[in-house]
Design a protein around this ligand. Structure first.
Ligand SMILES: [Cu+2]
Length: 137
């Protein structure tokens, strides 16, 4: 086989199998409050817009820097400035993180997401993320 062609094929294979090339733009948000280890929320969007499913990943590490796996994670979206209907994204563990999609329903103030991760040993990690204000889509 022509070695040039082989290099091209290898490059295409690397391109297809490297997740960073395929991932959408993401906004990493550090936890505002966090009871244990570290927590980062990765929003896979360029900007916060309403009435659109915004995919996210919650990345948790323990105090020793090890990924937290096997936890049960519950999250709730709210607006500190006003009462809003219950808004709980469904969360599934996937690729070393806790993934879900959030739908923001209001433009009149900041959004917050509060999460509880209950680990296999029963340890509970509570955290919150200040997301900011969504614009009308
Ligand atoms: Cu509101």
């Amino acid at each position: 086989m022509n070695s040039n062609l082989l290099y091209k094929k290898m490059f295409i294979l690397m391109f297809l199998t490297t997740p960073s090339f395929a991932a959408a733009a993401s906004m990493p948000i550090q936890a505002t409050t966090n009871s244990f280890g570290s927590a980062v929320l990765e929003l896979q969007t360029d900007e916060l817009v309403t009435m659109t499913a915004l995919p996210f990943r919650l990345i948790l590490h323990d105090e020793a820097g090890r990924p937290v796996t096997g936890a049960k994670v519950d999250c709730e979206l709210s607006m500190p400035a006003m009462a809003m209907p219950e808004n709980r994204p469904k969360i599934v563990e996937r690729d070393g993180a806790y993934a879900g999609e959030m739908i923001l329903t209001c433009t009149m103030g900041d959004w917050r997401m509060a999460c509880v991760a209950t680990q296999v040993d029963g340890h509970r990690q509570t955290m919150s993320f200040d997301l900011g204000t969504a614009r009308l889509r």
